[in-house]
Design a protein around this ligand. Structure first.
Ligand SMILES: *Cc1c(COP(=O)(O)O)cnc(C)c1O
Length: 458
């Protein structure tokens, strides 16, 4: 019996990586104001910034690109995508958007108002920002284990039903609908169980509230359900996904994740009144309802990608990639979010850099050090992303300081992951030399994308 899980694809077209030296990276990082978002991608060796829109498309998808119908209205490619998404989700209305946050902005514009509360396991950063932009409040109610990086639980993305019920009782009149994020990206790419989703649905129904899913990584979540939830082993991932969709009233998706495309997203709903208002907004800012900000070829690539994203050999390899990285890091005594999630490994920067206090942004500092020493680009999920500078100039800090290494789909091979693991272990051995940072410039919303830093005095 052979245990090695191989990449279930072979490579047809390659893209060179520009190799670099530490000296070059030191200069480049300074030029980027110690913000890896501001680095030209060519200066990165292994780009684990995000798994969003960064993956490799298949030969079948590239073929589909040529089939794209670029008609302004009623494109054949739209009807193809609509058919695929209706079959998968069961929702009546499919509204394409250029990416996830466009679907978010449109839904929150039509379905929320100032003073509303939106519960979720954990809102993703753009989701939270779009809710706050409407004057509403994004409430994170993940189970307590979901906030403890090393608590072992098979479904750390589950929502805390007792706290949801308490919120419904106390503030029900302010809650237009509940949300659930599959998998819980900001909480470590952790899955939600079918049982938790069913119970959440029942709870919301008792209070007369709809449920909207954020399904960026629904396929990875469904594979976790198949692997971890009792009684699910013999089901197809697709049937598990279909049941999850059937428990909700609609969904938003950034198709740049499990949609296996470089750009795209959609909103899928059953409520005709919401859909009418959404289409009006869509025309205003995205485009006609049968293309929604995408080219016909993008719709076609997405229709194929939505099916490929459910392939169980692919998903098994996909989840194993993060697990493999996690095993190597843990063996070297490095603290990560456990168990590993679907799309990424999350380093616990508080543990990695115990000499840095929160005001030195340990996760941001670790992300910088990883780039400097090894050319690896990850992203801070900590106080720069989720903290805030109050109007009086004081700071709030996030409870977790993580560096997310997110893995593009079907792109890097095992030797890339071996290199990354070795580099991180090396950095850990010299962690006391990693310096903290000071934020010298920031924007009001989503500040991590553009903030500028200096090294803190050591
Ligand atoms: C990526 C993501 C979004 C936003 O989608 P974009 O395509 O980046 O606009 C929303 N929610 C979650 C959980 C995500 O991972």
């Amino acid at each position: 019996m052979i245990h090695t899980i191989i990449e279930p694809f072979r490579i047809k077209s390659v893209e060179p990586i520009r190799m670099s030296t530490r000296g070059e990276r030191r200069r480049w990082l300074d030029e980027a104001k110690l913000n890896v978002f501001l680095l030209p991608a060519e200066r990165v060796l292994l780009d684990f910034l995000t798994d969003s829109g960064t993956g490799a498309m298949s030969a079948r998808q590239w073929g589909a690109i040529m089939e794209g119908d670029e008609s302004y209205a009623g494109s054949k490619s739209f009807f193809h995508l609509e058919e695929v998404l209706r079959d998968l989700t069961g929702y009546e209305y499919i509204i394409p958007t250029h990416q996830g946050r466009a679907a978010e902005r449109i839904l929150f514009s039509v379905a929320t108002k100032k003073g509303d509360l939106i519960p979720n396991n954990t809102h993703f950063d753009t989701t939270r920002a779009n809710i706050e932009y409407q004057g509403a409040e994004a409430v994170d109610l993940v189970i307590p284990e979901g906030l403890q990086p090393r608590a072992l639980h098979p479904f750390k993305g589950n929502i805390d039903l007792a706290r949801v019920e308490e919120l419904l009782k106390r503030e029900g009149h302010r809650i237009p609908f509940g949300m659930m994020t599959l998998t819980n990206n900001s909480g470590g790419g952790q899955p939600v169980s079918l049982a938790n989703l069913r119970a959440y649905r029942e709870l919301l129904t008792r209070y007369g509230k709809p449920l909207i899913l954020d399904v960026c990584r629904y396929a990875e979540n469904s594979m976790f359900v198949k692997l971890r939830e009792p009684g699910m082993q013999d089901r197809t991932v697709k049937s598990i996904a279909q049941e999850m969709f059937s428990l909700a009233d609609g969904c938003m998706m950034s198709a740049k994740k499990d949609g296996m495309v470089n750009i795209g997203g959609f909103l899928a709903l059953n409520d005709a009144a919401w859909v009418e208002a959404a289409k009006t907004l869509l025309i205003l800012t995205e485009g006609f309802p049968t293309y929604g900000g995408l080219a016909g070829r993008d719709l076609e690539a997405l229709a194929v990608g939505m099916q490929e994203g459910l392939d169980e050999d692919y998903l098994r390899y996909r989840l194993r990639t993060a697990e493999y990285m996690g095993e190597k890091l843990k063996a070297a005594g490095i603290a990560i979010v456990e168990p590993t999630g679907g799309h990424a490994v999350y380093l616990d920067a508080k543990d990695f850099l115990p000499h840095l206090g929160p005001e030195q942004y340990p996760a941001w500092s670790l992300a910088n050090a990883l780039y400097l020493e090894a050319g690896i680009r990850g992203v801070e999920i900590g106080s720069v992303m989720f903290g805030k500078r109050r109007d009086d100039g004081t700071e709030t800090y996030h409870s977790m300081e993580l560096v997310r290494l997110a893995f593009p789909r079907r792109m890097y091979t095992q030797s890339h992951f071996d290199y990354a693991a070795e580099a991180i272990c090396d950095l850990k051995a010299n962690a006391d030399k990693v310096r903290g940072v000071r934020m010298v410039k920031q924007a009001r919303y989503l500040r991590h994308f553009t903030a500028e830093f200096e090294w803190a005095a050591s």
